[in-house]
Design a protein around this ligand. Structure first.
Ligand SMILES: [Zn+2]
Length: 370
């Protein structure tokens, strides 16, 4: 046990053990039932009425202690699923860090966030500290496109503010802004023929190639990117291809720019198809919506103050990636994302300094204290 500010107690040994237990329960995206039950049981042991939904999201409410009935709950979130390779994780503790054995990811993204929430909350409850009412959502399938968060029913929750513990680097960063994300699915439909008798054929690949060559992709400005990541088409060397499919995306923290670039890409394809006899299918799906807060936003100031209390200087960031925070903000719970200490995520070299995991738990405890 070690004492942090105002004598509050984070149990480092218990916290590390919780993390080790979590990563050893296989939880690749889409296979979170066992880990969801484990997390729910831990929350029930603290007196929470924890539930697991059909997507294997875990939700729990913990009443406040020493606060009046009208005190607004605070929302806490992290996700249980891991990116591949994530089966049979064997964590190795050495030199103040935890790593995998090199054959899998570690799963600190985002089980470090889950462990920090469990320990921070347990510390508050066990030590009978005064704390806010808490509303906890531990989500599934985050890495699959925020699937758990999108599907989670928040009807039981009344929190208006909260924290997502899910980004890399030392504890101290606050993600103030994240983009809106459009998914593009494009098909060019031509007409097949034998390559040796191409009269009357419409070559979908040629048309798609002309469009791709002109479509704006890459980093378009400081807050906008576009990419085509998959191309599929054709059936044989000697057949003029009649169908080419492209999978792409546009992201921007400025929704006007997002719409403008999405439109430009569509127009490039329309122009390439025009007069060729080919058909174009251009489907745009909104993956998630942006959020953005200033440093003076009350929630940002609240998180920054808690970071200072645990001895960290807040670092402000904007990201080009989405997280569950995009979904909570769209659903009416204002959230920002903080770092939980993990490094080299989504690789088999992923590792977690134990001192950072402890700081993440202290942040939870401090933020929820009154
Ligand atoms: Zn994550």
């Amino acid at each position: 046990m070690r004492t942090n500010w105002k004598g509050k107690m984070i149990n480092e040994q218990r916290l590390v053990q919780t993390f080790l237990d979590l990563v050893q329960i296989d939880s690749p995206s889409g296979d979170e039932s066992a880990i969801a039950e484990f997390v729910a049981e831990r929350l029930r042991s603290l007196g929470a009425d924890a539930r697991v939904d059909s997507l294997f999201n875990v939700t729990a409410k913990i009443p406040g202690n020493g606060v009046n009935q009208k005190t607004k709950p605070f929302f806490l979130n992290a996700h249980t699923d891991n990116v591949a390779p994530a089966r049979g994780i064997k964590p190795i503790v050495a030199g103040g860090q935890i790593a995998s054995d090199g054959t899998t990811v570690l799963g600190a993204d985002d089980l470090a966030g889950v462990a920090a929430i469990l320990e921070g909350v347990q510390s508050l409850v066990e030590d009978h500290k005064k704390h806010l009412p808490l509303e906890i959502a531990i989500t599934a399938q985050e890495e699959m496109g925020l699937v758990g968060a999108k599907g989670l029913d928040l009807a039981e929750f009344t929190a208006k503010e909260g924290l997502v513990l899910d980004s890399g680097g030392p504890v101290g960063s606050i993600t103030l802004a994240a983009p809106t994300h459009n998914l593009l699915e494009v098909s060019v439909l031509g007409k097949a023929a034998h390559s040796a008798a191409p009269e009357g054929a419409v070559n979908a690949l040629n048309i798609a190639a002309r469009a791709i060559a002109q479509a704006p992709v890459g980093k378009l400005d400081k807050e906008t990117t576009a990419n085509f990541g998959i191309i599929r088409g054709g059936s044989a060397r000697n057949i003029v291809p009649d169908k080419v499919e492209l999978v792409g995306e546009v992201r921007s923290r400025n929704v006007k720019k997002l719409e403008r670039h999405t439109k430009t890409i569509r127009q490039v394809f329309e122009k390439a198809v025009k007069g060729t006899g080919a058909q174009l299918e251009f489907r745009v799906t909104r993956a998630y919506n942006q959020y953005g807060f200033g440093k003076n936003d009350p929630l940002v100031k609240r998180v920054a103050a808690a970071l200072k209390k645990i001895g960290r200087t807040p670092q402000y960031r904007a990201t080009m990636g989405g997280s569950d925070a995009n979904i909570w903000n769209a659903k009416g719970i204002k959230t920002v994302v903080t770092s939980v200490g993990y490094e080299q995520i989504h690789t088999t070299s992923e590792y977690l300094p134990i001192a950072e995991l402890v700081k993440a738990a202290e942040l939870v405890e401090t933020l929820c204290s009154v």
